[in-house]
Design a protein around this ligand. Structure first.
Ligand code: SF4
Length: 366
């Protein structure tokens, strides 16, 4: 399954899982967008206020008819990739079980949510072994719930992969982060009145170096973080051009975004030509180290490799481009409302039985 599809599925699952959990629990206790954006001003034209439905979601104030009443980055991504896929998934409501890669992502997310949640609650932190156990419990539950076939050897391989990732990520990245909120629901009205819904994995407080006089204007305030489990490392352009994070940045007013890229494949398979910056000694003083701990080498670098299987990508989004993003949202809403769902070019990378879950209902139908 392609990296893009895996990520969309993880996003979609995160939205579904989080929405379900929030319905059952104290949704109202989550920090509302209005509070989150106080440290970094929201774009003026984007109001987070508005009438909400029984689930607390902003109501569609646009002239466009949307099957779910809102758009999400994964919906727009599917529409742009193949509008006919969107039609089958969201108009006809035909769901296909996610690939196994999506389950691995969900399991890893659960471990990180627990770790950062405990930090916020000032509760005792689970060690890497305990986090792995938790991730595998979630893994097994999701396998059953989503009816994803997995062999014993695949499960063992997943446990080994998650073990390596946790062993790199927790001491190399997570221990330095001061989280403010995890799994934050982001729900805002775009300029055309279409509600946009998404979930932010992590909001963190700025590092000391980001609050220095030299950097505070660019890096002060909250930073948004997202975990991406992928086979290959992300290049920096993937974050810089990400519709998901343009939307999240626009809707939250938080311009600084960082991807915590957890790489499931071997580091030797990394095909990226980008070279991480060398550590600068001065920045090692940013955090107070206990004996034997390694510091994040460069907290401001746009691309930073932490160990062989964790990459941090950082980008500050430009509000000058938000009008373009607004246009993308409205174009998608117009197309859906008009009921125009063309099949994609047969040459498109997604149009084959490996990557299209709807192949048997479309191009592969006999
Ligand atoms: S088979 Fe091709 S055209 Fe049909 S839904 Fe899949 S990607 Fe779209």
């Amino acid at each position: 399954m392609s990296v893009e599809l895996e990520e969309d599925l993880v996003e979609e699952l995160k939205i579904a899982v989080a929405a379900q959990a929030q319905e059952q629990q104290e949704r109202s206790k989550k920090a509302p967008l209005e509070e989150l954006s106080t440290e970094t001003p929201s774009p003026e034209a984007l109001g987070a206020s508005g009438e909400r439905d029984k689930d607390g979601l902003l109501e569609n104030k646009s002239p466009y008819t949307l099957p779910q009443g809102y758009l999400s980055p994964s919906q727009i991504g599917m529409l742009q990739r193949c509008a006919y896929q969107y039609y089958l998934r969201y108009i006809l409501g035909i769901r296909r079980p996610p690939g196994y890669a999506a389950v691995i992502g969900i399991s890893g997310h659960a471990a990180f949510e627990q770790y950062y949640g405990d930090k916020i609650r000032k509760a005792p932190l689970l060690n890497e072994k305990q986090l792995l156990d938790l991730a595998m419990v979630i893994h097994d539950e999701k396998i059953l719930e989503l009816d994803v076939p997995v062999s014993v050897s695949e499960r063992d391989e997943t446990a080994q992969t998650l073990d390596k990732l946790l062993t790199s990520y927790i001491p190399g990245v997570a221990q330095f982060i001061e989280p403010k909120e995890v799994e934050v629901r982001l729900n805002f009205l775009s300029k055309c009145g279409v509600p946009v819904l998404g979930f932010i994995d992590l909001l963190r407080k700025p590092y000391a170096i980001e609050m220095t006089a030299e950097h505070v204007l660019d890096y002060g305030g909250l930073h948004m973080g997202d975990h991406k489990f992928t086979g290959k490392k992300w290049a920096s352009t993937k974050l810089q051009n990400s519709l998901q994070f343009y939307l999240y940045s626009m809707g939250s007013g938080i311009l600084n975004v960082e991807i915590h890229n957890l790489v499931k494949g071997s580091a030797k398979k990394d095909s990226s030509s980008e070279k991480p910056r060398k550590p600068r000694a001065a920045r090692k003083k940013v955090v107070e180290l206990e004996e034997g701990q390694e510091a994040l080498p460069d907290l401001l670098a746009p691309v930073q490799d932490v160990g062989s299987n964790v990459r941090i990508l950082r980008h500050r989004f430009d509000p000058g481009e938000f009008t373009h993003v607004e246009n993308i949202v409205e174009d998608a809403a117009k197309q859906i409302s008009a009921g125009i769902f063309p099949r994609c070019d047969p040459e498109a990378w997604c149009c084959n039985p490996q990557w299209c879950g709807y192949w048997d209902l479309c191009r592969g139908k006999r």
